[in-house]
Design a protein around this ligand. Structure first.
Ligand code: S3P
Length: 444
């Protein structure tokens, strides 16, 4: 009989306290990848030890890169250089991670060996042609299921040639996959996006000593550079901060400080949207860490007002829409999100998952082809129901925050593995005064 775990989030009193968020997931993947490709040792502090990043660590270990964690949580990567990876003996299983599989597809396309990339059920149903097609133009020999639409991906590495690619999607995964292929390719590789996606790759490559050309929405690298190992501290993940942030906004009497959060402007769309809705969020102690801007965020309970989300903000808030939708569902008035069709191809179809999940707890929320229309209920959600997470960590955390702020508990089912991006989420929320319990039981 399958074992099903359920998480139950209960309505709670004010959330109060100060917390440090786990390391940024995007930056952590890149730190491992570039550290492995560098000459010399890289020392990484505050790496996210979530499942996605640990899959990337395992993949590089399988290609012969010595990576160690000491007892204080510091990671040391003995870089092997861009020509030093070895053929993995087995399939590389990237788990739930779109970033892991797409970035590695780009890197492995130019390596002189054979490799196979796969992942869990969710990852095996996410689109891969967005990387497979441009990589083929560089000369890559890469095949996947259903005419290369889906993983598993089989890659016979070969010599690549740089291209100028105009991407139809604002995707940092596509951009980074091509730049990684470009590192091993002959000549120059450029990527032009329709809107700026997160720029951690550009920042981190520069920190590793690679010359990165940036001109508006175009970024380019020359093939075969040398990366120099470095010491780096990964900022706290603003995408994880989003959950305690929205919880504090919604639960009356709350005041929470989130320390060391990355506030890279390509990632702060949620902050801008919440501030426009009337959120009481103050940025304190702005500083830099690892080539990225960082600050502490003080968040107080606020009355929010619905807004029309400008489509140009969407790429800067792409991972935050599940929890943003919850904030909107508890605001005064209407909120409309459009231009966000990318949400349909995330860890789940997030437009559907959120409309169903929050709808089942009393939210007035309507699915649009490329977004959501939400009529806020400032009195808060009813809760009291069972909501499905569709195996999506961010949907699961959104539903749990919904329970903390609702009138009745919310029970979350459906392979809700929050360890993907936010290890210790429940404990963190409990530490602030939240009430979350985990039940494991057999499903008939
Ligand atoms: C990521 C890019 C985004 C984001 C994902 C992480 C990255 O995906 O949703 O969580 O680290 O490059 P897309 O590139 O598909 O937009």
């Amino acid at each position: 009989m399958p074992v099903e775990s359920r998480l139950i989030a209960h309505p709670c009193g004010p959330l109060r306290g100060e917390i440090e968020l786990p390391g940024d997931k995007s930056i952590s993947h890149r730190a491992v990848i570039f550290g492995a490709l560098a000459d010399g040792m890289s020392v990484i502090h505050h790496l996210l030890e979530g499942e996605d990043v640990l899959r990337t660590v395992a993949a590089f270990r399988a290609m012969g890169v010595p990576i160690q964690r000491d007892e204080t949580g510091v990671w040391r990567i003995q870089g092997v250089g861009i020509d030093g990876l070895g053929e993995p003996m087995d399939i590389l299983d990237m788990g739930n991670s779109g970033t892991g599989i797409r970035l590695l597809a780009g890197l492995l396309a130019g390596q002189p060996f054979f490799s196979v990339l796969t992942g869990d059920e969710s990852l095996r149903s996410r689109p891969m042609r967005r990387v497979a097609v441009p990589l083929a133009r560089m000369g890559a020999r890469l095949l996947g299921r259903d005419n290369s639409r889906f993983a598993p991906l089989a890659i016979q590495g070969t010599e690549l040639i740089g291209i100028d690619y105009i991407s139809p999607v604002a995707s940092a995964q596509v951009k980074t996959a091509l730049l990684l292929a470009g590192l091993t390719a002959a000549g120059r590789t450029s990527v032009t996006e329709p809107a700026l996606s997160r720029d951690h790759t550009e920042r981190m490559l520069a920190a590793f000593g690679v010359e990165v050309e940036q001109n508006g929405l175009t970024v380019a690298v020359q093939g075969r550079p040398r990366l120099r190992g470095l010491e780096l501290t990964v900022p706290g993940d603003i995408s994880s901060a989003a959950f305690p942030m929205v919880a504090a906004l919604l639960v009356p009497g709350s005041e929470v400080t989130l320390t060391g959060v990355g506030i890279n402007p390509t990632r702060t769309g949620l902050l801008d949207l919440l501030l426009e809705m009337g959120a009481d969020i103050t940025l304190l102690n702005a500083r830099a860490a690892g080539g990225e801007p960082v600050a502490d965020l003080r968040v107080r309970h606020s009355r929010l007002t619905g807004i029309e989300v400008p489509p140009e903000v969407v790429p800067r808030a792409i991972d935050e829409f599940p929890v943003f939708a919850l904030a909107a569902a508890c605001a005064e008035g209407e909120t409309v999100v459009t231009g966000a069709e990318e949400l349909r191809v995330k860890e789940s179809d997030r437009i559907r998952a959120i409309a169903l999940g929050l709808g089942s707890q009393g939210a007035r929320i309507e699915e649009l082809p490329d977004g959501l229309r939400i009529q806020g209920r400032p009195e808060g959600l009813d809760g009291g129901g069972v909501a499905e997470a569709f195996g999506d960590h961010r949907v699961a955390m959104t539903l749990m925050v919904a329970g903390l702020a609702a009138r009745h508990p919310v029970t979350v089912i459906g392979r809700a593995n929050v360890e993907t991006s936010f290890p210790g989420f429940a404990a963190t929320m409990i530490g602030l005064g939240g009430r979350i319990e985990s039940l494991t039981g057999e499903r008939a």
